[in-house]
Design a protein around this ligand. Structure first.
Ligand code: NAP
Length: 546
């Protein structure tokens, strides 16, 4: 082992021995803490860099931030009491409400005493001789534990484009993923938003309603489906509670972890008038469920084209200025091959007098100036600049840390050509380290809370098994990991997701990142079955040792 203490730049003030260290106090870190502590009686600490719990929902406080999953599916289902006592107010929960929910979870299950806030993990090194992880924080603590579990989220490392001149800008600028807690006042301000992914599409209508003028800088036009957000009726709230077991069953046994099933119906096998009527109904209902109206949208290019054309037509109907409508509907990829946003009045916002659209495909950004953004054609004066430019997804947060496994294996090195892993749960060379919703798992292609529950339950059962059998160590084999990465590629290749290389699923949004399709696209239910089968086969693909 490379001496962990000397590798750490901060003076170690305190060494704490534990049974497990968890990194991150969002949905996954908190449920993992609860499971290990209350089911297995383990001594566990969660290290959380933020000043509060919530993970993604602690950091992403940008105007308009809300979840695209419907509220009754965006929650834990492991506790019937928790399900029954919590009541969401809207069809899609807003960020403050989700944060309140996660704080409620922390209080209800007495998690806070085992969560160390304002504590950033710096490095984690595995000591082969003792089968222990040595974890160091920026604050000078040293934790020693047999298990290290990363619960850092898939979309938590902000991606700020390296545009020349940003330091010259005299106004204020923000990344949506690191939004100031005190909020930002847009009144009377000229605001620019760079980025039209799910985040940009959520924030643009809200900022437009407050700013003097909003300029949207669009590089790639995007599909979006109306969310049709609304307050939940008492009747629906009652229904969701009364049918919580059924809802949970649907989420755990379908492809995407949501509370609706994909209709077993082909786009191309449906007559045009019927197809139009189905899409119209799905459009009016709104939300991510639009994708589930047919079963071949993401596998058959011809089917996808028909659905994409329907959405383009809708955009042209909504946006009154034909030139702007053309720019917004000139979309270069199949529908849902990049993560499809849902919106509240996104396209309608371009009908406002105080909103303009800049097509960066025709006139790319040359630099940021003291006054604003200069493209190849013009300078746009701005008081506030918002980067809704996404994340170094799935691997970014893990690779920011110094993680060293056995025999000096560095995670950065092992993942230099892509995130080698087995089931998205373990990396060969890193014994007793688990990655909740890591690359190679359905994670971002699924509704996340059920995906997190499945991972945490699997990890907890695995640690219980090790303890019951008197084993010290579990490590994914290289062969199993290679095989799994092939499986991940195969699953993506069966869909149109594999064809769209300029997406963050491929790591294409971060310069220098290996271009590898990261999440498992074979479906959440199938993935769960594979994980269960691996356990039935005596943890096939893992090396277990005493
Ligand atoms: P994103 O999907 O990666 O979108 C980033 C946007 O910024 C894209 O329009 C991109 O253009 C643009 N961009 C990046 N670098 C640029 C540059 N140098 N110049 C000009 N434009 C640039 O990021 P996101 O919108 O934050 O969403 C990330 C993911 O977070 C989503 O896909 C979703 O999974 C999750 N999310 C979820 C929710 C929710 O459920 N509530 C809300 C928001 C986000 P290109 O397309 O041309 O690269």
């Amino acid at each position: 082992m490379n001496t962990p203490a000397s590798a750490h730049p901060v003076e170690v003030e305190q060494t704490i021995r534990l049974d497990a260290v968890i990194i991150g106090a969002g949905f996954s870190g908190m449920y993992q803490l609860l499971s290990l502590r209350d089911q297995l009686g383990m001594q566990v600490k969660v290290l959380e860099a933020g000043a509060g719990v919530g993970g993604t929902w602690y950091w992403n406080r940008y105007p308009g931030a809300r979840c695209d999953s419907e509220s009754h599916s965006y929650m834990f289902y492991f506790s019937k009491e928790l399900v029954n006592e919590w009541a969401w107010t809207e069809r899609y929960p807003q960020q403050p409400e989700i944060l309140r929910y996660l704080n409620h979870v922390a209080d209800r299950f007495n998690l806070r005493s085992d969560i160390l806030l304002n504590t950033r993990m710096n490095s984690a090194h595995f000591d082969e001789a003792t089968n222990r992880w040595h974890v160091y924080t920026e604050q000078g603590q040293h934790f020693v534990a047999p298990f290290l579990i990363t619960a850092v989220g898939c979309l938590s490392s902000a991606n700020l484009p390296q545009l020349p001149g940003l330091s010259d800008f005299k106004g204020q600028w923000y990344h949506t993923g690191q939004w100031p807690h005190e909020g930002v006042d847009f009144a009377g301000k000229r605001v620019g938003v760079v980025g039209t992914g799910s985040t940009g599409i959520q924030t643009i209508p809200v900022v437009a309603a407050q700013a003097q003028h909003l300029t949207v800088f669009q590089r790639t036009a995007n599909y979006s489906i109306p969310a049709r957000n609304a307050l939940l009726s008492e009747e629906f709230k009652r229904f969701a509670k009364d049918h919580s077991e059924g809802i949970r069953h649907i989420m755990n046994t379908n492809t995407n972890g949501h509370s609706f099933r994909m209709v077993n119906r082909s786009v191309t096998a449906t007559y045009p008038a019927e197809r139009e009527a189905i899409m119209e109904t799905a459009w009016i209902k709104g939300g991510l469920e639009f994708r589930a109206a047919f079963n071949d949208t993401l596998i058959n290019p011809e089917a996808n084209q028909l659905v994409a054309d329907f959405i383009r037509k809708k955009i042209r109907e909504i946006v009154l200025n034909p030139e702007v409508a053309e720019l917004l509907s000139d979309i270069d990829h199949p529908f849902a091959a990049k993560r499809p946003p849902v919106d509240s009045q996104y396209f309608e916002t371009f009908n406002r007098d105080n909103v303009s659209l800049v097509n960066l495909r025709a006139t790319p950004i040359e630099r940021i100036t003291a006054r604003g953004i200069r493209t190849a054609q013009a300078e746009y004066p701005l008081d506030i600049l918002i980067f809704a430019t996404g994340f170094d997804a799935m691997t970014g947060s893990l690779l920011k840390m110094d993680i060293q496994g056995r025999d000096g294996h560095l995670l950065k090195q092992v993942w230099r050509d892509g995130p080698l892993n087995y089931l998205g749960l373990q990396v060969p060379g890193f014994p007793n380290m688990f990655t909740i919703t890591g690359p190679g798992s359905p994670s971002v292609l699924s509704n996340l809370p059920p995906a997190i529950e499945q991972h945490v339950n699997w990890i907890t059962d695995c640690i219980r098994m090790l303890r019951d059998k008197g084993l010290q160590r579990i490590e994914a084999s290289e062969q199993a990991s290679d095989g799994w990465c092939e499986e991940v590629n195969k699953a993506a290749s069966a869909t149109l997701l594999a064809q769209v290389k300029h997406s963050w699923y491929w790591g294409a949004n971060v310069p220098g990142k290996p271009q590898v399709f990261m999440p498992y696209a074979g479906g959440f239910a199938r993935y769960t079955e594979i994980c269960n089968q691996v356990v039935s086969d005596n943890y096939r693909g893992f090396e277990l040792s005493a």
